[in-house]
Design a protein around this ligand. Structure first.
Ligand code: ZN
Length: 454
């Protein structure tokens, strides 16, 4: 083997996990499809699906999950005994894209365009001149009079956003502010395509066009993920932020072995637009689920006791907020903090921010990095340059509802919010290893500020 640092056994594992990751991303063109992928994986692993709108009768030793809005999901594995504390990994299901507006067909220059608006903050330039298609969900009226949501994904190259020729915009390479209303509308068809868009979607959904009552439809990049580089050290795919964390945390969550606490897998929608929705990290979803787990194990007369148990459970729980991080860009190393460079294939990134946009503090950073050290999972640290305002993510928003020790981590990547992002092949393995250890390591809270790992 040419790369002596990597055993053939490890290489096989990496190939499996990379193959699994790229397959997961390909089948997840939207947040709805990502949640459905996770849902199907959990069902095939024997998990029971719960409904928020119905009473829960949770049994010790059983595994459950629940979705909200079909775009967020929380799964948990209950212990044989009482649930005492939670071990949570949270990531997000959404990515920046363009949402199809109501009445989307627009005529221009003998063609039909689709009217769209931006969802999240994308790198606009990456969306030009590549085959795109449309996916999401439609809500239909069924023959029996029900109103029902159905996922749709147009399985062919269907639209494209053509650039303007350089001859007509000579200054484009000196920096150009793309106007989402005039520069970014995708081309759907010639004049003959007029009036066909809804029919196209209806055909994919398997219904008549007049059965569609409303829709949440988005553009998605048709390009498949790939592994590349001189030694196959890089991978590219759409939506690595944050499906790379969604997938690797699912692998860790489903790993075999005893877990000292209740392992929780959380996948939230709407991180890219601030999380402030009924299903986002800034909602009641996580808090409600955790509360129901504790309370369902208590009879009604013991409600006060259950409240006490809920408080002690949170005080001894631990959360990982997993969202991708910026690696040093080889063309722009000056954009990175001078003493905390993050590299592709350098391992799991632990993120710090003095103003607590990232939740990591000395306690959560110490505990998580010690777990990684013991598991042989490489770690690196990220802090923004002091003169660059960074982004924020799930952890601190979720903490305003469910307050517990939390660390912000991610996988290093380049071109965040491009519609085709770049990451390191070896980091996938590092993340699965780190999060598997996180779920399986016992973290004892001895007192505030005092902990023991075993
Ligand atoms: Zn993200």
């Amino acid at each position: 083997m040419e790369n002596g640092a990597v055993s053939s056994e490890r290489m096989n594992f990496m190939n499996d996990s990379i193959h699994g990751l790229l397959g997961f991303i390909e089948k997840s063109p939207t947040c709805f499809h990502a949640v459905e992928q996770v849902r199907q994986t959990l069902l095939s692993n024997g998990f029971t699906e719960l409904q928020e709108a119905k009473p829960w009768d949770l049994q010790p030793g059983k595994n459950y999950f629940v979705t909200r809005n079909q775009s967020s999901l929380i799964a948990l594995r209950l212990p044989a005994g009482k649930a005492e504390a939670f071990r949570i990994v949270a990531s997000h299901s959404d990515s920046p894209t363009f949402k199809i507006k109501e009445n989307p067909e627009k005529e221009s220059a003998g063609c039909i365009q689709l009217n769209t608006e931006r969802y999240g903050g994308m790198l606009c330039a990456s969306w030009f001149d590549r085959p795109l298609s449309i996916a999401g969900r439609v809500v239909i009226r069924t023959d029996s009079g029900k109103i029902q949501s159905r996922l749709v994904c147009c399985p062919r190259d269907l639209v494209l956003i053509p650039n303007l020729a350089i001859h007509m915009n000579r200054a484009v390479n000196e920096g150009y502010a793309y106007n989402p209303q005039t520069d970014m509308l995708p081309l759907y068809g010639g004049a003959g395509a007029k009036g066909t868009f809804l029919k196209e979607i209806a055909q994919v959904a398997g219904v008549d066009a007049d059965a569609i009552l409303c829709s949440d439809l988005f553009l998605y990049n048709r390009m498949k993920g790939t592994v590349w580089g001189a030694q196959n050290e890089f991978l590219c795919a759409p939506r690595l932020d944050d499906l790379e964390c969604a997938y690797t945390s699912l692998c860790a969550f489903l790993s075999e072995g005893d877990c000292p606490d209740v392992p929780v897998y959380a996948l939230f929608d709407n991180e890219e637009v601030g999380s402030g929705t009924k299903q986002g990290a800034d909602s009641s979803f996580l808090e409600t689920v955790l509360r129901r787990v504790i309370f369902s194990a208590s009879d009604a007369s013991a409600a006060v006791c259950a409240q006490e148990r809920f408080c002690t459970a949170l005080a001894t729980s631990f959360m990982v907020s997993a969202d991708n991080a910026h690696a040093v860009h080889p063309n722009h190393p000056d954009k990175t903090d001078p003493t905390n460079p993050v590299y592709l294939n350098g391992g799991v990134v632990v993120k710090f921010n003095a103003n607590q946009k990232y939740t990591t503090d000395a306690v959560s950073g110490a505990i998580f990095q010690e777990i990684c050290r013991r598991a042989g999972a490489p770690c690196q640290t990220f802090v923004n340059r002091s003169d660059i305002a960074g982004g924020s993510t799930l952890g601190n928003i979720s903490n305003s509802h469910v307050s517990l020790n939390t660390v912000d981590i991610g996988l290093p990547q380049l071109a965040m919010h491009s519609c085709y992002e770049t990451a390191g092949v070896q980091d996938v393995d590092a993340m699965i290893r780190a999060l598997t250890a996180f779920y399986h390591t016992k973290i004892e809270t001895l007192a505030d500020g005092s902990y023991r790992l075993s």
